[in-house]
Ligand binder design. Structure first.
Ligand SMILES: CC(C)(COP(=O)(O)OP(=O)(O)OC[C@H]1O[C@@H](n2cnc3c(N)ncnc32)[C@H](O)[C@@H]1OP(=O)(O)O)[C@@H](O)C(=O)NCCC(=O)NCCS
Length: 209
């Protein structure tokens, strides 16, 4: 019987080095950051000075594709939450993406500055739930059971303009445009421009345009 499994030791060593490098590059902030998170980041992805990643529970997954340019804060809030960016995604300063389950962004998506994308409401709708939430927070627990969580998906080529808010469960179709300051509460079909609060279609595009 071998006393040491050198392959295993090397694997763990590489993983530690990789995570230290990734966490420095991404300014990963939170004491709970540890090796159970899966980060897959294209070597040519670029992170600006204001880009950062926050992880709150174990085993989140962050995937960032080729040539992405990120100035945003990306938050993996719950165990097994996922943020996945395709290739050539650009995200501006002050934008915050909150994932408690999954936020998936396709190739060539342009997200402006100060956008908020969240796949969950963060709190229960009822006062009794929020009161219970406070007492659990004192014990260091999140009360996810009462929080409405639904995945967010943004398809290839969409453009989310400044200060838009995308709420839980929305699906932004291919090539769609969300106008500045819009609050999106439902799905946006492909090649459609929406604006307002709640966002409504204001213009139709065609794929050739
Ligand atoms: C207000 C809120 C909690 C309501 O959630 P909900 O009860 O699940 O609401 P629903 O998604 O069922 O929406 C009900 C209706 O209100 C509308 N609506 C919901 N939130 C809205 C908003 N913020 N602005 C405008 N309209 C909104 C929906 O379009 C829907 O209208 P419809 O029936 O005509 O389609 C939620 O929409 C929200 O704003 N979540 C974000 C919470 C947040 O910012 N948390 C941050 C940390 S405190």
């Amino acid at each position: 019987m071998r006393l040491f499994n050198f392959d295993r030791i090397r694997f763990v060593g590489e993983r530690i080095v990789w995570h230290i490098a990734a966490s420095l590059r991404l300014k990963v902030t939170h004491p709970s950051f540890h090796l159970l998170h899966t980060f897959s980041i294209a070597p040519d992805a670029q992170f600006g000075r204001s880009a950062r990643v926050q992880v709150f529970e174990q085993a989140g997954t962050l995937k960032i594709g080729a040539r992405c340019s990120i100035e945003a804060t990306l938050i993996l809030e719950r165990a097994n939450s996922l943020i996945r960016l395709g290739d050539d995604v650009s995200i501006g300063e002050g934008t915050v993406i909150h994932s408690a389950q999954s936020v998936i962004i396709g190739n060539h998506v342009l997200i402006a500055d100060a956008v908020i994308i969240r796949d969950h409401d963060a709190h229960g709708l009822m006062f009794s739930q929020r009161r219970e939430e406070r007492s659990r927070a004192g014990l260091g627990e999140r009360y996810w059971e009462v929080v409405s969580i639904q995945p967010v998906t943004i398809d290839e080529g969409a453009w989310i303009a400044s200060r838009a808010i995308l709420l839980k469960g929305v699906h932004i179709g291919r090539g769609a445009v969300v106008g500045a300051g819009a609050v999106v509460t439902g799905d946006v079909p492909a090649w459609t421009v929406v604006a307002g609060n709640p966002a409504r279609p204001v213009k139709q595009l065609t794929p050739e345009q």
